[in-house]
Design a protein. Sequence first.
Length: 148
Amino acid sequence: MHELSLAQSLVGSVIEEVKKHGAKRAIEIDVSIGELMQLDRDIFVEALGSIMTDPALKGAKLEVNVEKAVFSCGKCGSKWGMDEASKQLADIEDDLLVLEPDSKELPLHFLPELYPAFVRCPKCGSSDILLSQGGTVKLKKLVLRAGE
């Protein structure tokens, strides 16, 4: 469950920012999780809630949104989302999947950076694929209450 480790990293970063700015506490935290990260939003929010125990985070309003993945072709400029990418990924051969105790997973679940190896531009077939958005966890907005 990488939701917990990402939540811990985010909480650590927020606490660091509170201290760096000499603030009393965070009052608003706005986060986006990229669709490509394949995080379960509810588990991520639950993980954040369970570890936001530092006084600098008490009572902070938490907003977590999923940012849609957008791919673009470096050759023809075409853009598309996960629906198209998922169609292509459905055709991946079994021997390229990672065997887990209870399932087989796409290697992309563990290394999202591998998308260009598995996805082609639906318009021109190029593998020169760029991820324009939806590939990271971002702290989009942090509102702090000034210290006394």
